[in-house]
Each structure stands twice: as C-alpha cells, then as structure tokens.
Design a protein around this ligand. Structure first.
Ligand SMILES: NC(=O)c1ccc[n+]([C@@H]2O[C@H](COP(=O)([O-])OP(=O)(O)OC[C@H]3O[C@@H](n4cnc5c(N)ncnc54)[C@H](OP(=O)(O)O)[C@@H]3O)[C@@H](O)[C@H]2O)c1
Length: 256
C-alpha cells in the first residue's frame, strides 16, 4: 500500500502507540491529523512527523467533546480535501484506585474516552467516507476486551464495547467501500503500561508492535491481535466454560 498523501485522522497522537504510529506513517509520506489534549506533546510529534517527511496538523481536542472532534475532522478535510483513514487510538488504562474500586464516575470516564471517544470520531468521519464510497475505520482495542479480567472491569468493558461497536458498524456498512479493522494488542511498552506494577506477559516494544498495526491496516484485516502467544491464550480463554474461566482468570496477576 502506498501511504503517500493518505490523509489519516489519528486520535491519541501525543504519546505511546499514537506517537510512534504517526512518526512511522509520516516517514512513508502520509498526511496526519494529530489529535490529543496535551498541546506541547502534540506539537513535538507534529514537528517530528514533518522532519521525517510527512505533513502533519496538530489539533488539540478531547475525544469526549463531540463538537470539537467534528470541528477537527472538518479542519482536516478543509485543508486536505478528505479523510482516508481514521485510527481511533485515544485511550486510558483506568488503573487508578477509584476505577478499580468501581467508582461510577471513574468508570464512566474510562468508557467516555475509550468507547464514546471512538464513537465520536467515527461519527465525525464516516458520513463523508460513505458519500465518497471509500475509507477505513481502525479501532485500537485490546485483548482485554475479549473477556472479563480481574481488577479491570472498566477497561475490559470499554474495549469489549469497542470491539462490538466497530464490528456492528462493519456489518451496517459492508459493501459501501469503507473497511473496518479492529486491532487488539496485548501489552506494549508505553506510558500507559509504564505505571503498572504487575507482571505483563509477552510485553512488546513499540518498534515490534507498530509494524503489526501498519500491516493490519494495509491488509484491511477485520481483526488483528498480537503478540501471538497472548492472543492464543486469550483465544483458549474465550472457549472456556465460565466455571473454568473464573478459576483460571480469577487468579491471574495481570490485567488490561
Ligand atoms: N500499551 C498497551 O499495552 C496497550 C495494549 C492494548 C491496547 N492499548 C490501547 O492503545 C491506545 C493507546 O495507548 P498507549 O499505550 O499508547 O497509551 P498512552 O501512551 O497513554 O497514549 C494514550 C493517548 O491517548 C490520548 N488521550 C487520552 N485521553 C484522551 C482524550 N480524552 N482525548 C484525546 N486524547 C486522549 C493521550 O493524549 P493526551 O493525554 O494528550 O490527551 C495519548 O496520546 C489506547 O486506546 C490503549 O487502550 C494499549
């Protein structure tokens, strides 16, 4: 796939996966609309994208703000004509005590960002993609969305919801020229996982994860999950009866 001049609407571009993906796509000549809340970090990523050969626009935006995200998509379209690919990547881990303690306000925050933020982003780009009969929606979900996990109710629910939402949208728009890809990583070294004390099996470096994400987008895969070892374990977990799953997963020392 030729990324040159492809227009990408990328949420959560100020750090971690979003930052690394932006820079890698910029190297391939893509045009990037970079969204996140922290202006200084976003500006740093924008400069790096431009330095490596891409074109980038930084747009400070909270994905929970529907009006702002619509305005951001309009800004990108005004500048570059249309949007080819949405990467709905913005997310938080919900690793704080309030969220783990199931405080409804804290849980709502995780769902608002991880799930409804992606809903907002899809709403901002999809109508124009359908009108053109061309486009690609990419959701950065997680293997944590496959089944419930200990101490992860909010995060796991947000990613399970994201999987179901993207898949449902895919059913609604099939044969209309817009592809839908759901990406389910395991653990990747980013600021999100840096704060975790627990063991993270098969923890990946960003340099290993980004090519897998790009490959899934290029091939327009419906689902992509990695690393394969954790993906296989989660796949077996999905098939387990609840009594067995509760005994095994309930004792696992990892989450997300
Ligand atoms: N790292 C992993 O192991 C892993 C595994 C599976 C899935 N994921 C998913 O991958 C995505 C990226 O995570 P990461 O690991 O790269 O974490 P990260 O480094 O913390 O990056 C999260 C990004 O999301 C942005 N963001 C958070 N809340 C936002 C909001 N309300 N509005 C706009 N942007 C917001 C952050 O920017 P600002 O704070 O500047 O807004 C930041 O750019 C998340 O959806 C995460 O769930 C990560």
């Amino acid at each position: 796939m030729d990324w040159k001049d492809k227009v990408i609407f990328l949420t959560g571009a100020s750090s971690g996966i979003g930052e690394a993906l932006a820079i890698e796509l910029a190297k391939r000549g893509a045009i990037l609309g970079l969204l996140a809340r922290r202006p200084e970090l976003l500006e740093r990523v924008r400069c790096e994208c431009e330095r490596t050969g891409g074109t980038a626009l930084s747009i400070v935006c909270d994905v929970t703000d529907h009006a702002r995200i619509i305005a951001a998509a309009n800004k990108l379209r005004k500048e570059f004509g249309h949007i080819d690919i949405l990467v709905a990547n913005a997310g938080i881990g919900g690793n704080d005590e309030e969220t783990r303690g199931l405080d409804p306000v804290a849980v709502k925050r995780v769902i608002d960002i991880n799930l409804l933020g992606a809903v907002n982003a899809i709403h901002a780009v999809l109508p124009e993609m359908l009108e053109r009969g061309s486009g690609h929606l990419v959701g950065i979900s997680s293997l944590a969305g496959s089944r419930g996990l200990p101490k992860s109710a909010a995060y796991s629910a947000s990613k399970a919801g994201l999987n179901a939402y993207f898949e449902s949208v895919r059913l609604d728009i099939q044969d209309k020229g817009v592809a839908v890809t759901i990406i389910q990583p395991g653990f990747i070294k980013t600021p999100l996982t840096a704060v975790r004390a627990n063991k993270m099996p098969f923890l990946m470096d960003l340099e290993d994860a980004i090519p897998l994400i790009i490959n899934a987008i290029e091939k327009k895969k419906k689902f992509a999950s990695f690393p394969w070892q954790l993906s296989a374990i989660v796949g077996v977990g999905r098939l387990m009866p609840a009594w067995m799953y509760d005994r095994i997963a309930g004792h696992a020392r990892y989450r997300e």
